[in-house]
Design a binder for this molecule. Structure first.
Ligand SMILES: NC(=O)c1ccc[n+]([C@@H]2O[C@H](COP(=O)([O-])OP(=O)(O)OC[C@H]3O[C@@H](n4cnc5c(N)ncnc54)[C@H](OP(=O)(O)O)[C@@H]3O)[C@@H](O)[C@H]2O)c1
Length: 325
């Protein structure tokens, strides 16, 4: 089969469409004939040589895909050859075929076409596991989403609104904020012009955000704690602003607040399966009803993955970039 390979870490040109051996589904896995994959920030880090796949995972990039089941490994039940699925992957999505643990499969939701379904697995599992399973966002609470126009952000806004939260977002510039508003965001903060701490306090009558979904890490650590409400929960999922921060623990203590940080890729199979099952139960009905929808900025032929990476790194996109086979 053909797949995007990374012979030498580097710029987008390091992504080469090449002939590679077909994957073989192991016990508990299925083989998916890929229709599309999608680009994630982590793929850029992997391409640059800063984010190795976890042990046992495919060396090929690609953390999600959609497609049709082509074969079942031993011990798989509940799925059939020909089923249209999308899947969370630990790697290998930038390829014509990929072997997937059955617990990481989701049916293509009603109302979403097979290719577009590739935009869903990473964002739904990341947002659901952090904002809901870990931070426990409740109706009536305020959620602050940093990077509201990112792939992750566009899903976090919609899920926050779907459960009845007030959603505040940060983004760089009025066009991106306008897109966030279309998706339902209530409070729009242009981080290039405004202080998000002051803006969130003002919007909440001084209380602050109950949950913050953060992609900036160190750069925003202190200000995120300042922006939290009493009993607030800060969920860190990205480190775009650095890994080492300094924090006044007194401020955290006074608010009886919590900070969590998680990554999805290296989690054990059972944890990923539990997250995928929760998404199927809680998020899939919202997608099927049209209340929550995938946001796709553009699609590229998979062999042109380098172009898609350039587009992601330019930062002009809103939502997801797809790679089609
Ligand atoms: N831990 C996990 O399991 C997990 C899983 C998936 C993704 N992630 C992380 O989630 C983040 C988003 O991923 P993605 O794939 O959706 O990436 P993406 O679409 O490329 O989004 C990156 C976003 O960062 C925003 N940004 C840059 N500087 C900012 C700032 N100072 N304040 C607020 N936003 C800023 C950019 O928006 P502007 O143009 O508006 O600046 C852009 O929308 C990444 O950091 C990624 O590593 C983590």
């Amino acid at each position: 089969m053909h797949a995007i390979t990374i012979e030498q870490p580097g710029g987008p040109e390091a992504l080469v469409w090449a002939d590679v051996p077909d994957p073989v589904p192991g016990e508990g896995e299925v083989l998916v004939e890929v229709a599309a994959s999608a680009v994630n920030r982590a793929d850029v880090l992997q391409r640059q040589g800063f984010y190795d796949p976890p042990p046992g995972a495919s060396r090929l990039p690609g953390l999600e895909c959609s497609g049709r089941i082509a074969a079942l490994g031993a011990g798989v039940s509940g799925w059939s050859v020909g089923d249209e699925v999308c899947a969370l992957l630990a790697g290998g999505g930038y390829a014509q075929r990929v072997a997937v643990p059955a617990g990481q499969l989701l049916p293509v939701p009603a109302g979403v076409d097979l290719v577009t379904a590739a935009a869903l697995p990473e964002v739904v599992t990341t947002v659901w596991s952090n904002v809901f399973m870990v931070a426990g966002l409740r109706p009536g609470e305020t959620l602050l989403v940093h990077g509201g126009a990112s792939g992750i952000g566009t899903m976090a806004i919609q899920l926050g609104k779907a459960v009845g939260a007030t959603v505040a977002v940060t983004a760089g510039g009025p066009e991106k904020l306008a897109r966030c508003k279309e998706l339902g965001a209530d409070v729009l903060v242009d981080y290039r012009e405004q202080d998000f701490v002051a803006a969130v306090r003002e919007a909440t009558g001084g209380a602050g955000a109950d949950v913050i979904l953060d992609i900036m890490g160190a750069k925003y650590l202190g200000r995120n704690v300042d922006a939290l409400a009493v009993n607030g929960r800060l969920a860190v999922i990205g480190l775009q602003g650095g890994v080492k921060g300094e924090l006044n623990l007194g401020a955290l203590l006074a608010k009886r607040a919590a900070i969590t940080a998680t990554s999805l890729r290296a989690r054990p199979l059972e944890e990923k399966a539990a997250i995928v099952a929760a998404v199927r139960e809680h998020v899939w009905p919202l997608v099927a009803s049209g209340r929550v929808r995938p946001v796709v900025h553009a699609a590229f032929p998979m062999r042109d993955a380098a172009e898609a990476h350039r587009a992601l790194e330019s930062g002009a996109h809103v939502g997801k970039l797809l790679l089609t086979v």
